[in-house]
Design a protein around this ligand. Structure first.
Ligand SMILES: Nc1nc2c(c(=O)[nH]1)N[C@H]1C(S)=C(S)[C@@H](COP(=O)(O)OP(=O)(O)OC[C@H]3O[C@@H](n4cnc5c(=O)[nH]c(N)nc54)[C@H](O)[C@@H]3O)O[C@H]1N2
Ligand SMILES: Nc1nc2c(c(=O)[nH]1)N[C@H]1C(S)=C(S)[C@@H](COP(=O)(O)OP(=O)(O)OC[C@H]3O[C@@H](n4cnc5c(=O)[nH]c(N)nc54)[C@H](O)[C@@H]3O)O[C@H]1N2
Ligand SMILES: [Mo]
Length: 734
């Protein structure tokens, strides 16, 4: 800091691979896009019913008046329509910090008010979170207990990575990360001779120094490729028949499907090749290679962020079961080694205390990615994991710590849905699209403007997050905002429990200390922690091999599945009767894919990966994010051949479009990708011309105006962002 301004962001001395992402804070915290004081939308004050939401001017108000308005509107809606008319799901990453976690503060507040409609699961891994507990293990267990890079480096011979291992994504971990160990972990594995196979439409999805074999499959067709591999393993006698019979149920049913006994179509390599675009011979060779050595199979989270995203994840488990190496060091399966930096770390796992949120008395929750469906279809029902959920009639949305105009699919559809409720209230530090699409906006502080504890279940450090800069303009912490609303509504003491923010930190530290005692170690006192500014968990002696005990004795250490075994056929899923998620892993035609029917008008598959230079949409207007743009527009990767066919040159501004929408982007020509795929990262701030009309053109390069807003299946109802075809043309401004 100098003269009250941020000059530089320094790396942590213990970090072997620091991320430049933090540099975005340098000009981001004091950026001109900060919201300076509470604002109310003009049309909302005139009760315009939301038609101009997102395309209106705002009036600045003093805090006390804005809080009165917000509290009064909450009271009115609850009194007139009940608590199930309030949507408080408020999905999003917000910022690190145990106490000032925006959603936790919001949920605590709304629960005190009688509750709200909440959201289930995440955009990250919704399909995985619902399918995997049915067939092998709960998601949180897989994330935290699956093999570490240490184990893989020591014991694996071959790592087959569907969707690659994108190092750019490992800069990030939810809750925070201190030591970035993914790159050193991969380097150690490569150094010990582990071989890698990158199955992805884009060669750059693994670092070049891994010297991996590149298998360039069509997006959304991994299931066909996996079935082709399984066919070779099954028909060439390469399965571990003993493991399949002692540790799994239902293999014979799957085998009948694989060989075509049950549906007349053997899933031969030639059958697979026709769908996934990988030569049959390459599929055969890879299958034999996998069966001949200690093989670890992994998939990027992106594979399940697509229609029928449950299937590739289930099949990864089934392939690993067929090879029979589950529970052996360096073998089996795991997910997301290029998704977040904590995946594959060998640290002790510890559940730090969170802000107590109380109970949501309504008990109503929707699958997180079904928000537009819910807003558009009150009274209708949606299937989810064997249950039926009624869509409530939402009159008020309260969002804190997320950016739905970043994260949701088919944003032109969201625009229509978002204009239906009476009122949208948002807490935000910046004038993000979601703040612009609100009626009442409260300016929130950033993590640098308040004191907090940074710690997460997968990082061995707790850090004191010092307040380094005064709250900007009139920003308040989310806690103070909800305390203020609670005061107007007469429940302030219930909300704060009489503690100030500093006392809450100490209270949460004490609760963590009690949890540590149960685990057999002692935390320092809160004062000692504050003095030292950092605390490191005691190291673990040895991480057990995940599922090792199950392997040794499946009777004594069964899985949490209904059979206690790996379910290759699931009676539970079969009984649900969902055609889009049947009783065994199945190839299901997605709504859109390369080589599918009806892609003549939109011959390119659009991938929308995570952005390298920011966390989602955060700090997008800042210098670090803009250093990756061209002319202020997000950069889309395109193969030179596809570009030449369209008279597009490197650096050109193009219009990317399909029947759902259109956006502009700058083109970067990339040789080592499939020519029929384009890739435009997420996160550019949504800036539509003529929002809500057919002609709407998104100007910054936000790919979510193009993506498909359907559930992965009736089982998980996760987001299907990666199922998306488009066409691209040179943009000539008219
Ligand atoms: N097409 C496509 N879409 C995707 C994806 C994809 O792969 N493809 N990925 C999806 C995934 S996995 C995810 S996780 C989502 C991410 O979507 P989000 O998590 O919604 O994205 P962020 O930009 O991180 O939004 C966090 C917001 O919180 C605000 N914020 C930060 N700190 C605070 C605070 O202390 N208080 C308050 N009140 N606000 C704060 C930030 O300014 C920002 O606007 O996107 C999803 N969308
Ligand atoms: N820098 C940075 N890192 C991040 C984030 C960020 O915003 N910025 N966000 C974090 C979050 S919230 C999450 S959930 C994780 C997400 O982690 P992931 O979901 O694993 O990451 P993505 O970047 O969406 O996708 C990884 C790669 O998968 C490939 N791919 C896409 N579809 C297919 C397919 O159908 N088949 C195959 N074989 N490959 C495919 C794409 O080429 C893409 O580059 O990243 C985290 N890390
Ligand atoms: Mo995510």
């Amino acid at each position: 800091m100098e003269d009250g301004n941020i000059q530089q962001v320094l790396n942590h001395p213990a970090d072997p691979d620091p991320s430049p992402l933090g540099q975005g804070l340098v000009d981001g915290i004091q950026h001109t896009t900060r919201i300076q004081q509470p604002h109310v939308r003009k049309g909302w004050l005139q009760q315009d019913g939301g038609a101009k939401r997102g395309n209106d001017t705002f009036v600045a108000l003093p805090w006390d008046e804005a809080l009165e308005l917000g509290a009064g509107e909450l009271r009115r809606v609850i009194d007139e329509y009940g608590n199930t008319s309030i949507f408080g799901g408020s999905y999003g990453w917000a910022s690190a910090g145990r106490f000032h976690h925006a959603q936790s503060q919001l949920h605590r507040f709304l629960n005190l008010m009688g509750g709200c409609v909440r959201a289930m699961n995440s955009y990250s891994t919704a399909a995985a979170q619902v399918i995997l507990p049915h067939v092998v293990a709960p998601w949180h267990q897989i994330e935290l207990e699956q093999p570490s890079w240490r184990e893989l480096a020591q014991h694996s011979e071959l790592i087959v990575a569907f969707g690659g291992l994108a190092l750019r994504n490992t800069q990030v971990a939810y809750g925070g990360i201190t030591e970035h160990q993914s790159k050193p972990g991969m380097q150690a594995a490569a150094g010990r001779g582990v071989k890698f196979v990158n199955i992805s439409p884009i060669q750059g999805d693994v670092p070049a120094w891994l010297n991996s074999q590149w298998v360039d499959c069509r997006p959304g067709t991994d299931v066909a490729l996996m079935l082709g591999l399984a066919y070779v393993i099954a028909t060439e006698g390469l399965t571990d028949a003993a493991f399949l019979s002692t540790h799994c149920v239902g293999y014979p049913v799957f085998h009948d499907y694989l060989t075509g006994v049950s549906d007349g179509t053997p899933k031969t390599p030639a059958w697979a090749a026709d769908i996934c675009g990988v030569a049959a011979q390459d599929i055969e060779t890879l299958a034999r290679r996998m069966a001949g050595r200690r093989t670890f199979i992994t998939a990027a989270w992106s594979l399940q962020r697509a229609q029928h995203g449950e299937q590739p994840y289930w099949l990864v488990v089934v392939l690993a079961a067929m090879l029979g190496q589950i529970g052996l060091p360096g073998g089996g399966f795991g997910f997301g080694y290029g998704a977040e930096g904590f995946v594959g770390s060998h640290w002790r796992r510890f559940n730090w205390a969170t802000l107590p949120k109380g109970r949501n008395p309504t008990g109503v929750a929707i699958p997180v990615a079904r928000i537009a469906d819910m807003l558009l279809n009150p009274g209708e029902t949606v299937d989810y994991d064997g249950k039926t959920i009624n869509y409530p009639d939402i009159r008020l949305i309260y969002w804190a710590g997320g950016n739905p105009f970043h994260h949701h699919q088919d944003l032109n559809r969201l625009v229509k849905a978002w204009r239906r409720p009476d009122t949208v209230i948002v807490n935000e530090p910046w004038w993000t699209p979601t703040a612009q699409w609100s009626d009442i906006v409260f300016p929130a502080t950033t993590a640098l403007e308040r004191r907090d504890i940074c710690a997460s279940s997968h990082d061995p450090y707790a850090h004191l997050m010092e307040r380094v800069i005064a709250p900007q303009h009139q920003a308040w912490s989310d806690h103070r905002i909800f305390s203020g609303l609670a005061r107007v509504l007469g429940c302030e003491t219930a909300f704060t429990e009489g503690r100030n923010e500093e006392e809450w930190l100490e209270h949460m530290w004490m609760r963590s200390a009690a949890a540590a005692e149960v685990e057999g170690f002692a935390l320092p006192s809160f004062q000692q922690f504050v003095d030292n500014k950092v605390y490191q968990l005691p190291a673990l002696e040895r991480r057990p091999v995940w599922l090792g005990r199950f392997r040794e004795n499946p009777q004594e250490y069964p899985l949490g599945t209904p059979s206690g075994k790996i379910e290759i056929f699931s009676r539970t899923l079969e009984a649900m009767g969902y055609a889009d998620c049947p009783g065994h892993p199945t190839w299901l035609e997605p709504a859109e894919r390369l080589g599918g029917t009806g892609n003549a008008r939109f011959p390119l598959h659009l991938l929308t990966p995570q952005p390298e230079k920011r966390l989602h949409s955060q700090l997008d207007p800042g210098a670090h994010s803009h250093s990756g743009k061209v002319g202020g527009k997000e950069v889309m990767c395109m193969h030179p051949q596809a570009a030449a066919q369209r008279d597009i040159e490197d650096g050109d501004i193009v219009r990317v479009f399909n029947d759902r929408g259109a956006c502009l982007a700058a083109v970067s020509l990339v040789e080592n990708m499939r020519p029929d795929v384009v890739s435009l990262p997420t996160g550019a701030w949504f800036k539509p011309s003529n929002p809500g009309t057919e002609q709407s053109l998104e100007l910054n390069g936000n790919p979510n105006v193009l993506t498909l807003d359907v559930g992965t299946s009736r089982l998980a109802q996760g987001p299907s962002a990666n199922t998306c075809l488009v066409e691209v043309e040179v943009y000539t401004a008219s």
